[in-house]
Design a protein around this ligand. Structure first.
Ligand code: GCB
Length: 609
């Protein structure tokens, strides 16, 4: 009874706390306390810490709070039944998926409670603190000192909560329930061809910012203009109206702005003497943004990307995208890639293949991928996990997809490497599906008018002629590229079919082949007719590349895929053993024959595009 009075008293405060804040942009440049490292964990498949014995969520009481499950939070003088204890529990490393850290969690899909204790004091009075998560797959319920901060849905984008008034100088307890159960209405949905790694898979940190701080900004070259930059800045805090500056010291650029009552200002300026960013010359400039109460800076490259007729123009010049697809996995260590070193290794392999482009499939990868691609001069296609058979009629599913897309664009909109947002992969054509995806395309264009927007679509054989392949997805009207996957020679016929294929492509846009490929077990050799051998894969690549070169508006390819990756769908013993083997590099890092064949093709393309 007593508890209920307390609940009512706390109501307004508690509800206010549930609102998530937008993640401060450029989080890694902020003063921060890393919470990476060992976290205590409780594996909770029945969600006993979340639901009471009538299966009512503790959370849905008006004052969301921790359940009695967490006895560690009970006053020490109470003598109660103790069934669960973080103090006595085991640990997992953060960042990291749980599947690759513990054999008993390898196939686990459910809830794990994570706890981390920390002390913190703002370095200056009036500063604000945020707890920042780079990503948690798939749902995260976050509590600080027993009170709920909020829930985040979507496994691959950053989120944060303000904790300025909720922290104590010492002995804070941050608890996160991470749940990677798949849901029919989720994004992605139940069925995917990749491993559903769960956990706090990316960095966790406490950010410290001034009372009024720069929470968001965009500095990008105007679409189609080789020498004009425009952008905006947004402040968060009590002092919304401030004077500020954008500075690029190496170019001698200083541009002033004044934020309005909402803390918002636009600016634009001429980009005199700048070297434009490109794969050949990935020039980055230090850009500093400051206002009266805050200052932040980062390296930004300037370039334009457009489509004109059937050409893709980078800085006004036609470019052929020598690409490859990639999942976010480090096969050598096992599990999700999670560090800058992992990103460097994966992008380094793409470079060895002579790529200038990667398709980061099928969900947003770690922030470090785009930052390192900026440095290395690799162009990127970034995607959200609208994959196969999402619930097209479900408005909540659409909201979920929109929020993942907004968070991705919010995070990476200042990266020169990113040239295309992809809203989906291989989705079956229907009215509701096309309407759903057009809304996402519209949102991407509103949020970012400077980049291309597309989706990996499909091709189908003409019912009247099995050798004629037709690309007529109505979504093509809304995308910048005619980008589609094809598996001729693997799921469709044998590689010899390639020589007889005719294409009917009902759009006059640049064509990008977003997938083709074949499984091959690294080290398994045989003749070119034997599936799963390196020779079969190599032959399929040769024949596909010859076939694709007959498409006059072909402007790039991203074959499937750079490295073998784990998939629970791939069970063939002795060959797949839980791995999709379409990688050009095996799980041990060894390159297969097709790697060298594609490299030759790309070297030739680089010499004469
Ligand atoms: C596809 C999917 C990709 C799969 C691949 C395959 O079309 O887009 O996610 O992994 O085929 O290997 O079948």
């Amino acid at each position: 009874m007593k508890k209920q009075f307390l609940i009512l008293a706390l109501l307004p405060l508690a509800l206010a706390r549930l609102e998530a804040s937008d993640s401060p942009i450029n989080a890694y440049s902020r003063q921060s306390l890393s919470l990476n490292g060992k976290w205590n964990v409780i594996i909770d498949p029945y969600e006993t810490g979340f639901y009471d014995y009538r299966y009512q969520p503790y959370d849905q009481s008006p004052a969301p709070s921790m359940s009695a499950f967490f006895m560690d939070h009970r006053p020490a003088d109470k003598s109660e039944l103790v069934e669960y204890s973080f103090d006595r529990s085991s640990t997992l490393m953060v960042p990291g998926d749980w599947n690759s850290q513990s054999e008993k969690l390898f196939y686990y899909e459910g809830s794990v409670w994570y706890r981390r204790l920390f002390d913190i004091k703002p370095s200056q009075p009036g500063n604000r603190l945020f707890v920042y998560f780079g990503g948690a797959n798939y749902e995260a319920d976050v509590y600080l000192n027993g009170e709920k901060l909020g829930r985040h849905v979507g496994g691959f984008t950053p989120f944060s909560y303000e904790i300025t008034n909720a922290v104590r100088p010492a002995g804070n307890s941050l608890i996160v329930k991470v749940d990677n159960k798949r849901h029919r209405e989720g994004v992605p949905t139940l069925n995917t061809d990749w491993w559903n790694y769960g956990g706090l898979t990316r960095d966790v940190m406490i950010l410290e910012v001034p009372g009024t701080f720069i929470t968001d900004y965009c500095v990008q070259q105007e679409k189609g203009s080789l020498d004009r930059v425009s952008g905006y800045v947004r402040l968060d805090g009590a002092r919304k109206v401030q004077k500020g500056r954008v500075e690029i010291p190496e170019l001698g650029t200083t541009v002033g702005f004044t934020t309005d009552q909402e803390g918002f200002a636009r600016f634009d300026f001429a980009l005199a003497k700048a070297q434009l960013w490109s794969p050949e010359n990935p020039r980055l400039y230090n850009v500093a943004i400051s206002c009266e109460t805050d200052r932040t800076s980062e390296k930004v490259g300037f370039r334009t990307i457009e489509v004109k007729g059937t050409e893709i123009l980078l800085n006004g010049r036609p470019i052929f995208l020598r690409g490859i697809c990639l999942h976010e996995e480090n096969p050598l260590r096992g599990g999700r890639a999670r560090s800058a070193e992992d990103s460097r290794m994966l992008l380094g392999w793409a470079r060895e293949l002579d790529c200038n482009f990667l398709r980061l499939a099928h969900y947003p990868h770690n922030e470090s991928m785009a930052r390192i691609a900026d440095e290395m001069g690799l162009l990127l296609w970034e995607e959200i996990p609208v994959y196969w058979t999402i619930q097209w009629d479900n408005p909540q599913t659409l909201d979920n997809a929109k929020s993942q897309l907004s968070e991705l664009i919010g995070r990476d909109k200042n990266r020169a490497s990113v040239i295309c947002w992809s809203v989906a992969n291989e989705t079956p054509v229907s009215g509701p599906r096309t309407a759903f995806l057009k809304q996402l395309i519209g949102l991407a264009r509103d949020l970012d008018p400077t980049r291309l927007v597309s989706a990996a679509m499909e091709v189908h054989a003409d019912p009247a002629d099995a050798k004629t392949f037709v690309v007529d997805d109505p979504l093509n009207e809304a995308t910048d590229l005619t980008s589609f996957n094809e598996y001729i020679g693997w799921y469709v016929g044998v590689p010899d079919l390639c020589a007889q294929v005719r294409w009917v492509i009902k759009s006059q846009k640049p064509v990008l082949i977003t997938e083709f490929g074949a499984d091959a077990l690294q080290g398994l050799h045989g003749d070119a007719q034997t599936r799963f051998t390196e020779e079969f894969q190599e032959d399929l690549y040769r024949k596909n590349l010859q076939m694709l070169s007959k498409i006059p508006q072909l402007r790039g390819t991203t074959p499937w895929i750079l490295v073998d990756f784990r998939s629970p769908k791939r069970t063939l013993p002795g060959i797949q053993d839980g791995w999709n083997r379409k990688g050009l590099i095996g799980e041990n890092g060894t390159k297969k024959k097709a790697f060298y064949l594609l490299r030759q093709y790309y070297e030739a393309k680089a010499a004469a595009p």
